[in-house]
Design a protein around this ligand. Structure first.
Ligand code: NI
Ligand code: MN
Length: 225
């Protein structure tokens, strides 16, 4: 049984009972995150890009847990320079890890480290783990190639940003959902800051009108996939 925990913003934990993986761990400085960093036991840290609200506490978690950082080349190098074990990848490439298969996708956004260094291209990520395939879109605007991601993968869970301003807003996220055709869509990257204020229940209503199942996760909530 694969468990998905939402920590708020774009931070999620996937746990299949054997492997525990955290995506974009933004804990400290995140006013909506309900947990303490010391409670995180993840052995894998997956990063979509270098911005502070995604790289977040990834390096600390990696050090605390001797975890493996998985990211595109430039960001993975940055993590390694800061003492983390890292697995360098890049967009379009997949690798079979002990937890399952992971592939980075394109995302239309920027990527720099908190100290301003170029961190390569931002990414989304498709993870197959515990018999489920999850597509975390990262920070991105809407793009047509999401259709291809939906055609090439049977996406069980689509994690999509809806907060607008830095990423897609609600209406573009609905179009994205129609491209990806997931079994379940979960909104993310909203209400953390005033500038990304959005109503996840408006997104849910619109997704359901289009025939999709949508779950608005509470901060800290865990669901079985
Ligand atoms: Ni960003
Ligand atoms: Mn962001």
């Amino acid at each position: 049984m694969l468990k998905l925990t939402y920590l708020s913003h774009s931070s999620f934990i996937l746990d299949d009972g054997t492997h525990n993986l955290i995506i974009d761990p933004f804990i400290n400085g995140n006013p909506t995150c309900p947990i303490d960093i010391s409670s995180i036991k993840s052995k894998y840290v997956v990063l979509t890009h270098g911005h502070g609200d995604h790289l977040g506490d990834g390096l600390t978690i990696a050090k605390n847990n001797q975890a493996l950082v998985i990211a595109v080349n430039e960001l993975a190098n940055y993590a390694a320079e800061h003492g983390a074990n890292a697995h360098n990848m890049h967009i379009g490439g997949a690798w079979n890890f002990p937890f399952g298969r992971l592939k980075f996708t394109i995302a239309h956004h920027g990527s720099a480290s908190p100290d301003g260094r170029y961190m390569g291209e931002p990414a989304g990520v498709v993870i197959t783990m515990g018999g489920k395939t999850i597509y975390h879109a990262g920070d991105t605007g809407l793009f047509m190639d999401m259709q291809l991601i939906g055609e090439l993968n049977k996406i069980d869970v689509f994690l999509v940003p809806i907060g607008d301003n830095f990423t897609m807003g609600i209406d573009d996220a609905i179009v994205a959902t129609k491209f990806v055709k997931p079994q379940l869509v979960i909104p993310m990257h909203y209400n953390t800051f005033p500038v990304i204020k959005a109503d996840p229940n408006e997104f849910k209503a619109k997704a359901e009108l289009e025939g999709f199942k949508c779950k608005v996760m509470e901060y800290g909530e865990t669901m079985n996939l």
